[in-house]
Write a protein that binds this ligand. Structure first.
Ligand SMILES: [Zn+2]
Length: 490
């Protein structure tokens, strides 16, 4: 509160501070001035601030978002791009948004169609092995991976903790082998609420590990799963084959299996049989769902509220990112139910193919680049459904000051922190790069990476109350943006 008060005084010399001074001298003038409806009338009108509180109250008691994510996760299921479920999800979300009275368009996007196959592995030779036994290894293919021969491949396993360690090995120690990158996810960092940072450090092995291994002659590459829980769950995710390296089969073993392999390799030669049979089928036509609530004063100016509709195939895509789509739909639902009239156009987007190519985001940038100067702001929710404590802002630092009255309202549900950040969301990145102010909720991600990209990304991981808190934050931020009395500095 005090921060807000100081800022408003700096920006608006005739607000409460000045009034207090005047009140001691000339009570008549003071009473006129103190009737001023808002301490920051030039950024948000009293009416807008009132409506933001209405949105908050309604959001915190609404189960609309939860019903949406429940339908996406349970009735439709995993929604990997190109799948029948992804197509069904496009149809479903479009119909729901149309039922809310939005103007809905499906904007065509060609997406990759990768399908998982058989995925098994076993250690077939290792120190201390009992006769005629193997050790089962739990793993999954990485998204986009090529296949092993149908009956698998057999090779010795080489373990490297990181890229430097791999590069320090003579080429003949790697050529013809299976490389395992055993880089641990920093669980302590995640426990302290910096899950995104821990993820960023470890995920480079998923993205670039297979090509690094292939450059040194490896015939397959495994990574230690990028995630924080130890329930022997493999975490999938896209691998990014480099153009200059051979494409070798790529998978993620569980953290436990990575430890097991590393322990045995320290003792002597370890040989693995690996079977991965995914397929890359021809690209499929899909769509971003675009749903507008037309602005009453500046219909050409657009405020995006979004999440991604596709998900990985192992779980049912509840926290990644059914939740983000659901809270974005909820913003539209609440605005319509309360009969609010946004001054700028609010555009709900359910992005397609964030997980394995970002084709939806790229296509939107291609189709709308010329209108980016009219994109007032963009919001994306793609960090699960944990309790939000505030809002990330990638914009001119002045925007944070302008948002102080909104933060005071957000604080009612414990979400009053405004953080200036470098990045708010993968799908809105082209907009960020074009200078469009970007926003995302700051969510509790201490447990997010326990389930992220695993079979355990399911509806039960969402606490309805916390999802509603996210809806409140998202609805407040986008409606505040749509109704600001001033343009945002860029
Ligand atoms: Zn996601």
């Amino acid at each position: 509160m005090s921060r807000f008060f100081t800022i408003s005084c700096l920006l608006f010399p005739f607000c409460f501070c000045a009034v207090d001074l005047v009140a001691q001298q000339t009570p008549a003038i003071a009473s006129t001035l103190s009737a001023s409806p808002s301490p920051t009338p030039t950024v948000f009108s009293a009416q807008t601030l009132f409506e933001l509180k209405q949105l908050q109250q309604k959001a915190l008691t609404s189960d609309y978002a939860y019903r949406q994510v429940a339908h996406l996760a349970n009735n439709i299921g995993p929604r990997l791009s190109g799948s029948a479920q992804a197509a069904k999800a496009v149809e479903y979300v479009a119909a729901e948004l149309k039922a809310l009275g939005c103007n809905v368009q499906l904007e065509k996007v060609m997406v990759p169609h990768w399908v998982r196959g058989e995925e098994t592995a076993a250690l077939i030779q290792f120190p201390g092995q009992a006769p005629n036994t193997t050790q089962k290894i739990v793993l999954c293919a990485l998204g986009g991976s090529v296949a092993t021969p149908k009956n698998g491949l057999e090779a010795e396993v080489v373990v490297a903790r990181n890229f430097d360690e791999l590069k320090s090995l003579p080429r003949d120690k790697v050529a013809g082998k299976i490389v395992l990158f055993n880089y641990p996810f920093d669980k302590q960092m995640a426990a302290e609420g910096r899950g995104g940072q821990a993820y960023g450090e470890a995920v480079v092995y998923r993205s670039h590990g297979p090509s690094e291994a292939a450059r040194r002659g490896a015939i397959a590459c495994l990574i230690r799963s990028v995630g924080s829980a130890d329930y022997r769950l493999p975490h999938t995710g896209l691998t990014d084959y480099a153009a200059d390296a051979a494409r070798i089969p790529a998978g993620a073993v569980t953290a436990e299996d990575a430890d097991l392999i590393a322990d045995l390799v320290r003792q002597g030669p370890v040989k693995m049989k690996l079977v991965l049979t995914p397929q890359t089928l021809p690209d499929v036509e899909s769509a971003n769902v675009i749903a507008d609530i037309k602005g009453s004063e500046h219909p050409e100016q657009i405020v995006i509220v979004s999440g991604h509709l596709d998900s990985w195939d192992l779980g049912t895509g509840a926290i990644d990112d059914g939740a983000g789509v659901a809270v974005s739909m909820e913003a539209a639902n609440l605005i319509q139910k309360l009969h609010l009239k946004p001054k700028r156009t609010i555009r709900v987007i359910a992005w397609m193919n964030e997980e394995n190519g970002e084709a939806g985001s790229k296509q939107y940038a291609k189709d709308h680049e010329k209108e980016f100067s009219n994109h007032f702001a963009a919001m994306e929710t793609d960090g699960g459904a944990g309790h939000p404590i505030g809002v990330n802002i990638k914009a001119n630092p002045e925007v944070k000051k302008m948002f102080a009255p909104v933060a005071a309202i957000l604080q009612e549900s414990g979400a009053g922190i405004l953080d200036l950040v470098e990045h708010c969301g993968a799908d809105i990145e082209p907009l960020e790069k074009a200078g469009v102010p970007a926003f995302s909720p700051i969510q509790d991600n201490r447990f997010y990476f326990n389930y992220h990209h695993t079979a355990a990304d399911t509806l039960d991981k969402i606490v309805p109350k916390e999802l509603a808190e996210n809806s409140a934050v998202v609805a407040i931020v986008v409606y505040a943006l749509a109704n600001m009395e001033q343009p945002l500095p860029r």
